[in-house]
Write a protein of this length. Structure first.
Lengths: 111, 114
């Protein structure tokens, strides 16, 4: 069965620090990859997505992610976080009609 | 605001009861997906409908069922509720079924079973 692993359960960092969240998936075929963010009390919003082409994908709010096929990874990065980036981040992999989510990483940014 | 609406926002009920959650997709979207988010299971895909027909099934219990109506809104029916069914239930919609379609999520219905 396909699975999505997010390595960090909770990350705490200070404003202006760099952020990297790891995501690995187990499916070996063609996949579509996503990062979603859920701000406190809000619905899931798409940060970025990868389908094909340039493996370095830029999303909204200064986020980017790199798809490394050989490592089955799709890590999310942001060079300098802000307090408003405090949220839960979910990696997701699409196969057929099903979107499988990782367990999520809670990011807390201290001012 | 994603354009996907869900009602009610909160629902508190007792074990053994039955509830119905409602989702209205974005205007023009034909596909509706249901997800359950709980602390122990994370975000789990339940079921997908496309233009009124069931398209894919995930980890949906037999006590749960869904349907999509001609006006494209969808309902998720949860019966014989158990304490463990307490969770946030999201629906999402996309224009079609293509792999590249982004799913737009609603605000969720928080179900508490006492």
């Amino acid at each position: 069965a396909q699975s999505v692993s997010q390595h960090n359960h909770h990350v705490i960092l200070s404003e202006a620090a760099s952020l990297e969240l790891g995501c690995n998936y187990s499916y070996g075929g063609t996949v579509n990859l996503f990062w979603y963010v859920q701000y406190p009390g809000q619905h899931l919003q798409l940060l970025l997505k990868y389908f094909s082409g340039d493996p370095l994908v830029k999303g909204i709010k200064g986020f980017e992610a790199e798809f490394i096929k050989s490592k089955f990874s799709f890590n999310l990065r942001k060079p300098s976080v802000q307090w408003s980036d405090t949220a839960e981040y979910f990696c997701a992999v699409r196969n057929d009609y099903k979107l499988s989510f990782g367990a999520g990483t809670t990011v807390t940014v201290r001012a | 605001d994603s354009g996907v609406t869900q009602t009610p926002k909160h629902l508190i009920t007792a074990t053994g009861q039955r509830v119905t959650l409602r989702c209205s997709p974005r205007s023009g979207d034909l596909s509706v997906y249901w997800y359950q988010q709980s602390l122990d299971q994370g975000l789990q895909f339940l079921i997908q409908y496309y233009n009124g027909e069931e398209r894919a099934k995930g980890n949906i219990l037999e006590r749960f069922s869904a349907q999509q109506f001609p006006d494209l809104h969808s309902e998720l029916n949860l019966s014989s509720l158990e304490l463990g069914d307490s969770a946030l239930y999201f629906c999402a919609s996309t224009p079609g079924t293509a792999e590249y379609n982004e799913q737009f999520f609603g605000p969720g219905t928080r179900l508490t079973v006492l």
